[in-house]
Every structure is written in C-alpha cells, then in structure tokens.
Design a protein around this ligand. Structure first.
Ligand SMILES: C[S@@+](CC[C@H](N)C(=O)[O-])C[C@H]1O[C@@H](n2cnc3c(N)ncnc32)[C@H](O)[C@@H]1O
Length: 208
C-alpha cells in the first residue's frame, strides 16, 4: 500500500464514521496521559501526536499546559474533523498532513506520542522508515510514548493487517539511542464492548 492509497483509505474511514463507530475511540486518552505524567514530561515540551486522527490527546495536552501541540496524520479528513470539533481552540494546535514514514519537519519535538498508528506499518522497511522519522524528529532527552497492538492483540483493524509488538520488539526497532523507561499492557474496550490488548512503551532519547 503506497502513501496515496493509505491516505485514501483513512479519508474514507473518517468520512464514513462518527467517533463512536471507530474501534479505537476513547473519550479520554487516560493511559497516554498517565504515562506522560509518570515520565515527568515537562509542559515546556513541544508535542507531536503522530497518527493523531480525531483523538482527544492534543486538546488534553493543551490543558496540561503544552504550547501549540502538533497533530500529524495521513488523513486530511481526520484533521478537518478534529479542527471542526475544536472550533476556535484549533488555532492553538498545529496540523500536519503527512505520511509518518516520509515526514521530515523543520523543528524537533520534546514529546512524540503515537497511539495505534505504528501497528499499521507491517513490513520491516516501513517500521524502519517510522523509526528514522522518530530519530529525526525527537530532540535529545525527548520522550516517546508509543502504544501499539500487543503480541496477543488484534491481527487486523479498520480493514488493514496490523503488526503486533511487545516491549522487546519496540526496543529493537528504536535502537540504542532510546532508553525504555516504562511499559505496560492495556486492554482497550471498543465502543461496542470488544477487547483489544495494547502494548504501551515510554522511551527517552539519550542526550547526545
Ligand atoms: C487507529 S487510528 C488511531 C487514531 C488516534 N491516535 C487515536 O488514538 O484515536 C490510526 C491513525 O493513524 C493514521 N495513520 C495511519 N497510517 C499513517 C501514516 N503512515 N502516517 C500518518 N498517519 C497514519 C490514521 O489516519 C489514523 O488517524
């Protein structure tokens, strides 16, 4: 699946479904926020939510005190939906429509957050491209909070095959410049009551 096909897929999903019809919907990003808090991520950290879709995480970061969090997503439809929901508060966010595998920004971030985007990258070269973007985007000492389907999580989501991870596979993917500082599994309940097991890991990029 190339980048255009991915964007087309996700635009169609977000165009067709309300939040409560999305399996990954959560009314509050509680696990992400608790991991960010536990890691002691400073509110001065410039944050980017990768594959943020219409998630509540960016507005929660605003409330936590982060200035102008960025939401990156391959789907322009998702970003438009997020803007529409936020209304005037959207002016306090930055939006980037990009494929995470190709994204190269002009600035670096102090917090990289990804809930449920990485697991759509199944091929090793796709996962390496994701790691290369993370390497280019996260400043030394910055934090990465990554949530993916766990090894015993779903094999597919939203009509697409998914990779499944544990802490060891994420450590191997990110490489020696990232220290694993926390990890946990979490069972996400879909809006219709299904259970999806997630693996969350928190990394800190080593100081150069
Ligand atoms: C399962 S949803 C999770 C959305 C959000 N993180 C949340 O927790 O509600 C996956 C998101 O990743 C985005 N996505 C998928 N592949 C992507 C890619 N290659 N680059 C950037 N975003 C991508 C999709 O558009 C979608 O918004």
């Amino acid at each position: 699946m190339d980048s255009i096909e991915r964007a087309t897929h996700w635009d169609a999903v977000y165009g067709a479904k309300a939040d409560a019809e999305l399996s990954w919907y959560e009314s509050e990003p509680a696990v992400s926020l608790s991991l960010i808090e536990a890691a002691g991520v400073p509110t001065s950290a410039q944050a980017i939510d990768v594959g943020g879709g219409r998630s509540r995480l960016a507005e929660a970061l605003l409330e936590r005190g982060h200035l102008r969090p960025t939401v990156l997503d391959i789907s322009a439809t998702a970003l438009a939906g997020l803007r529409a929901r936020l209304g005037p508060r959207a002016e306090r966010l930055q939006f980037i429509r990009a494929d995470v595998m190709q994204f190269r920004g002009e600035r670096r971030y102090g917090l990289w957050h990804d809930r449920a985007a990485l697991h759509f990258l199944c091929r090793p070269e796709e996962q390496r491209a994701y790691a290369a973007t993370l390497n280019s985007a996260l400043e030394p000492g910055g934090f990465a909070v990554i949530g993916t389907f766990a090894k015993d999580g779903p094999e597919r989501c939203s009509g697409l095959p998914c990779a499944r991870h544990d802490a060891a596979s994420l450590v191997a993917l990110l490489g020696p410049d990232f220290d694993l500082i926390n990890s946990c599994t979490h069972v996400h309940h879909t809006p219709w009551g299904g259970a999806q097991r997630f693996q969350f890991c928190v990394f800190r990029r080593v100081l150069e």
